[in-house]
Structures are given as C-alpha cells and as structure tokens.
Design a protein around this ligand. Structure first.
Ligand SMILES: Nc1ncnc2c1ncn2[C@@H]1O[C@H](COP(=O)(O)OP(=O)(O)OP(=O)(O)O)[C@@H](O)[C@H]1O
Length: 241
C-alpha cells in the first residue's frame, strides 16, 4: 500500500506569547504530519497549547519559529492578509458554540462563506443544498438557529464548514456544549464528512470518548507532543442522522 502524502506538515514549530516583558513559550519544537483524509484529535490538559496549535494550522495566527505547510502552501510564510485570503478558500471552522447568525435561516448561515467567493447564485445554491443534504438537514433549510436543537445547530455548523470544499476542517471542542447523544451524532457526522468527502479533520477535545471516534489522537503536554495513538477504526456503528 502506498502511504498517503501528508496534507499538513508542521516542522519544528515554536510559539510564544509575550505578557509584559515576559515571553510565554506555549509550543516548543513541535513536529507532526497529518495525512490527507485523516480525522485527527488533539488532547491534553488545559493550557497545553491545543487551541494554539489548531489556530496556527488553520492560519489564524503565525508561529514564532518553524514551518507549517498545508498542501503546497507554506502558510507560515504568508502575511496576515495573505493568510486571511488563504483561510477563506482552504479552511472550514466548526466552533463549540456554533456561532450561527440568529436572524439567518440554516440555509443562509451555510451560504455565508460562499458569498466571499466568486460564484454564481446557482452554483451557491447547489453547494449549500449538497452540504445540508450531507448533514441530514435538507428539511430544516428555512429554520432559524433558535428553532433547532443544539445538535442540529452544530450540524449546520458542519455544513457551513464544508460548503466551500476546504482543504481542512478544524473543530475546537465541537461537542463541548452538547449532551452525549447529540455529541455522538456530531462525531458520526464528522466521520461521514471524512469518509464521503475525504476531508482532513483536526479536532481539539477534552473528551476521550470524542477522541476515540478520530483515527488518531495526539496528546500535548506543556506545548510538546507526548503521545501519538492510532485508533484501529471508529468504534461507533453508522446510525441514522
Ligand atoms: N493570545 C495570547 N496571548 C497570551 N497568552 C496566550 C494567548 N493565547 C494563548 N495563550 C496562553 O497559551 C497557553 C495555551 O493556551 P491554549 O488555549 O492553546 O491551551 P489549550 O490546551 O487549548 O487549553 P484549553 O484546553 O483550556 O482550551 C495558555 O497558557 C494561554 O494562556
């Protein structure tokens, strides 16, 4: 079997923040690869640097030192404005608290990221319909977030993240605000996205049960990778979504 080439390559990454005159080293000499189509979980104690690493890979922040490649792009060398442009096309974000706009319908929320891209209305309609269909919400298009359950709102969040056909989907505690049944559904959904669209997904989580649904879990402690666990396969059986 030919090994899949990594879609994300992080090489000797350092990130520090300054607090007054003090430098806080948050990530120290971190190297990792993420193969195309992998669902990767990042775990570790509070403050270990999980979100910082996710934000760097997603182009929301720039490293102090080291390289980050996503596909053929050395994103660690991009300026802030170049990074913003790159993110629009290449990264889909899923947040713990969904961040849907309450006055817009599910359809309009999913359509939002496409308004930044040069597309016709018909092309947008096709992509939004496809994304809502994939997350099983075709029959909730006109509902506003307030008329949907937490799990359904997060499904809208996933549809919004994948609608631009991004290179990467990043999810920071996507199940952190959900009950366990809805959390299971969301994790199943992320696995559907990975399998059907061959998307690479990187998820930060505190929940070992959530991490179990990923194919691999990297454990961080004090800004270093301390363990790399591969899961044989997702444990949950596909369920109706
Ligand atoms: N913009 C910033 N300025 C200063 N310090 C920061 C900044 N962002 C993060 N930090 C510090 O970096 C460290 C790691 O933060 P990070 O959010 O990456 O950790 P985490 O592992 O995701 O934690 P949690 O699980 O609590 O979300 C923390 O000590 C945090 O205070």
């Amino acid at each position: 079997m030919i090994a899949k080439p990594p879609i994300v390559r992080v090489n000797r990454l350092f990130k520090s923040f300054s607090r007054g005159s003090e430098a806080i080293n948050v990530l120290t000499d971190l190297t990792l690869d993420v193969p195309q189509g992998e669902f990767l979980a990042l775990m570790g104690p509070s403050g270990s640097g999980k979100t910082t690493l996710l934000n760097l890979i997603a182009g929301l922040d720039q490293p102090t030192q080291g390289e980050i490649w996503v596909g053929n792009e050395l994103i660690s060398a991009l300026s802030e404005s170049e990074l913003a442009r790159w993110r629009t096309r290449n990264v889909g974000f899923v947040f713990q608290f969904y961040y849907l706009l309450p006055v817009l319908s599910a359809y309009e929320n999913v359509e939002l990221p496409l308004l930044l891209l040069p597309m016709t209305a018909a092309e947008r309609r096709e992509q939004v319909d496809r994304a809502l269909d994939l997350v099983g919400l075709s029959n909730r298009k006109s509902h506003r977030p307030g008329q949907l359950s937490g799990g359904q709102q997060q499904r809208v969040g996933i549809a919004r993240a994948l609608v631009t056909d991004p290179t990467l989907i990043v999810a920071d505690e996507p199940t952190g605000d959900l009950d366990s049944k809805s959390a299971d559904e969301i994790l199943m959904m992320l696995n559907v996205v990975r399998e059907q669209l061959n998307k690479t997904i990187i998820m930060v989580t505190h929940d070992p049960k959530a991490a179990n649904q990923a194919q691999r879990t990297l454990h961080l402690e004090k800004g270093k990778l301390v363990r790399d666990e591969s899961m044989p396969r997702p444990i949950m059986q596909p369920a109706r979504v």
